[in-house]
Design a binder for this molecule. Structure first.
Ligand SMILES: [Zn+2]
Length: 260
């Protein structure tokens, strides 16, 4: 399909301009002898991949800054059709606490979710804030809280995608679910007993309770919750919802809950 003469360009945003923005480093790879290609999630420009020239040189101002999950104030050159230039990186936060194995798995899983929801050079500030807020929680919450913090972050992520099922009402008839809920194979929504196909797949009352509590509690208070069940018992349900919404299976997630 071609645009009529004089019609505005199909791309409404146009090529990205040079910008300084909050950024989180997702990955980097070597480029030629001394440079690196770095992919970041940014608050103002979505996912940005850029060339950090000379980043391998011992006197490079990028040294020690463009590591995985570091938070930066990053300046990128304008998009001129090729690879953008990574002009400058100022280190805002280095989350050393995320180097512990389970925290690392959880943080990697969150970063992957957020990358999925953040297309190239299109800003999704709410997703960026979920990532940085989530990394802060995952770095400092008690070990025992890690599992339900991960579940809470997944619920927030599903909400941002518009893919979180109603936890309170039957997806079919809207009746309040109280403590009993069911799900149907191949369907994300929760349903009442009457609308559950046979054989009925029940959602445990404590699972429902944990997910509802996480959903209604501010994230900063998640570490203080004392759920009646381990997070891994509630984990299969958000896994189904994430798979339905993103068509991806996270190996980080599987590794993380295996160790819960
Ligand atoms: Zn119903």
């Amino acid at each position: 399909m071609t645009a009529a003469p004089g019609a505005p360009a199909a791309r409404s945003a146009g090529p990205a301009r040079a910008a300084t923005t909050a950024a989180v480093v997702l990955r980097r790879s070597d480029f030629r002898e001394s440079s690196r290609i770095v992919t970041c999630l940014t608050r103002d420009q979505g996912r940005v991949t850029a060339l950090a020239k000379g980043a391998h040189r011992p006197d490079s101002p990028f040294l020690g800054r463009i590591d995985f999950l570091n938070e930066l104030q990053a300046t990128f050159g304008a998009d001129r059709g090729g690879l953008r230039l990574f002009v400058r990186a100022d280190l805002v936060r280095e989350r050393r606490g995320l180097r512990a194995r389970r925290r690392y798995l959880a943080a990697s899983h969150l970063a992957q979710l957020c990358e999925f929801a953040m297309p190239d050079q299109r800003p999704e500030p709410a997703v960026f804030d979920l990532l940085t807020g989530g990394l802060a929680l995952l770095e400092r919450c008690p070990d025992a809280a890690l599992g339900h913090v991960v579940l809470g972050l997944e619920l927030r992520h599903l909400e941002l995608l518009g893919a979180l099922p109603d936890l309170e009402r039957c997806a079919h008839c809207g009746v309040a679910l109280a403590t009993a809920a069911f799900r149907n194979t191949g369907d994300a929504g929760l349903v009442c007993r009457q609308h559950a196909e046979l054989p009925r797949l029940a959602v445990g009352a404590q699972v429902l309770e944990l997910l509802r509590t996480l959903r209604s509690t501010p994230g900063r208070l998640w570490p203080q919750l004392a759920p009646a069940i381990a997070a891994r018992i509630a984990a299969p349900l958000p896994a189904l919802w994430l798979a339905a919404a993103t068509e991806q299976h996270s190996r980080w997630r599987a590794l993380f809950f295996d160790r819960d």
